[in-house]
Each structure stands twice: as structure tokens, then as C-alpha cells.
Design a protein around this ligand. Structure first.
Ligand code: AMP
Length: 219
């Protein structure tokens, strides 16, 4: 089964994708994570993407479409994926449709995780993660059990994303509203769009998503 999570930056797509991945045996495909890995490796794609990402703008469609197309050719994605942060433009959505049909696959659900803008700035500027295992935390909403120690792997160092600043968040939100929100009617017309409230507690969002994936809730 292939699922797509839509929603604003800081809306919790990544956190929820990790939870769904564990429960349903799916692979999380986050173009943001892939681009950050490219930046860290110093590859040509990473060099092209870095300045755009730091400015809170969208990387060119060609780059992200190419990354996803290659990744979907790897055998571990055959059982199903959760698209997280892709597509973000109508051109990307149309390419994804063409790509999936070429590979004889389809999208089962496009799910919007809805969170009001006012909540997002605090959510984004407070988040940090463990570079060793990828576990995500928040200064206020999801602290480590022991201060300074990763719950998952015991790591002692944490990182913050270069683009998680109050200034850049505003630009990322503007890009979301202008370029990504038009995807909602696109998936609505296809009859695969569902909406969950992303402003509630993390586990409650997970339950709402599971109800959709398990076919217990429609619309
Ligand atoms: P994210 O981790 O999803 O918040 O993405 C971080 C940044 O990576 C975004 O602000 C964009 O600059 C870039 N990015 C990630 N995914 C895409 C995409 N599908 N299209 C264009 N740019 C993207």
C-alpha cells in the first residue's frame, strides 16, 4: 500500500510516517531527509539544493522527481511507501501519478494532517533530533526521558535543522500555502483524500491515521 501524507512544515508528517512505517511495514520516503543527506554528503544535488533549502524555498521539481523515481526502483519499496513531503507542487503530483502507473503501482490514500499556522512556528523552532538514529524530539512537547540522552539509542548529541528558524519557517509556510495546498483538491477529485486533525496529541493523530489506513474511516 502506498500512502501520501500532506500537510504544512512542522505538522508532524515525519513523526507520524515513522509510526505508520513500524505498524504497517512500509518505507518512509522523505524528500527533505534525502535532500539533507545529499547536502551532508556534498554531492552535486546537495550543493544545488542547500541554498534553496536554507532560504525556505522549494528545490526544483526535476531534482526531487528524479530522487523519488530512483528510490522507487529499489526493491525495498515494493511492499509500499509513505510519501512524506513529496509531492509539494502540482507538477510533482502529476509526475508521481505517471511514475506509479509506469511501475504498476498506485496511491491508496492521500491524507492531509491539518494544523493551524499559529501552532507551527513553536513546533518547528523547538524540534531537535538524534543524528545517530534519527529519533525526533521537541523542547516542550517531546522531551527525552533523561535530559541529554536519546531514548532510542542512548546517543548524547543532538542536532537542529538549519532551516528550523523562525524566519525561515514563515517562508516555508508561504511556500506550502501557495504551492502545496492546491494538491488537496487534486487528490479530492481522485477520491483518495482524507483529513485528520494534526493539532491534537501525537498518539491521537496516529489513531486517526490508522483508522483511515485500516479502512475504518472514509472522507
Ligand atoms: P522538509 O524536511 O519536508 O520540511 O523539507 C525541507 C526542505 O527541503 C524544504 O523546505 C524544501 O526546500 C526541500 N524539499 C523537500 N521536499 C521537497 C519537495 N518535494 N519539493 C521541493 N523541495 C523540497
Amino acid at each position: 500500500m502506498n500512502i501520501l501524507l500532506l500537510g504544512p512544515p512542522g505538522g508532524g508528517k515525519g513523526t507520524q510516517a515513522k509510526r505508520l512505517m513500524d505498524k504497517y511495514g512500509l518505507i518512509q520516503l522523505s524528500t527533505g531527509d534525502m535532500l539533507r543527506a545529499a547536502v551532508a554528503s556534498g554531492s552535486e544535488i546537495g550543493r544545488k539544493a542547500k541554498a534553496v533549502m536554507d532560504a525556505g524555498q522549494l528545490v526544483s521539481d526535476d531534482i526531487v522527481i528524479g530522487i523519488i523515481d530512483d528510490r522507487l526502483d529499489q526493491p525495498d519499496t515494493k511492499a509500499g511507501v509513505i510519501f512524506d513531503g513529496f509531492p509539494r507542487t502540482l507538477a510533482q503530483a502529476e509526475s508521481l501519478d505517471a511514475m506509479l502507473s509506469r511501475k504498476s503501482r498506485r496511491l491508496a490514500h492521500a491524507i492531509e494532517v491539518q494544523v493551524p499556522d499559529a501552532l507551527l512556528i513553536e513546533r518547528i523552532t523547538g524540534r531537535f533530533s538524534c543524528p545517530k538514529c534519527g529519533a525526533g524530539y521537541h523542547d516542550k512537547y517531546q522531551q527525552t526521558a533523561k535530559p541529554g540522552v536519546c531514548d532510542s539509542c542512548g546517543g548524547h548529541e543532538f542536532t537542529r535543522r538549519a532551516d528550523d528558524t523562525a524566519e525561515t519557517v514563515t517562508k516555508r509556510l508561504a511556500a506550502y500555502h501557495a504551492q502545496t495546498q492546491p494538491l488537496l483538491p487534486y487528490y479530492q477529485k481522485k477520491g483518495i483524500l482524507s483529513v485528520v486533525d494534526g493539532a491534537v496529541e501525537i498518539s491521537e493523530v496516529t489513531r486517526a491515521l490508522e483508522a483511515i489506513v485500516d479502512g475504518k474511516k472514509f472522507g
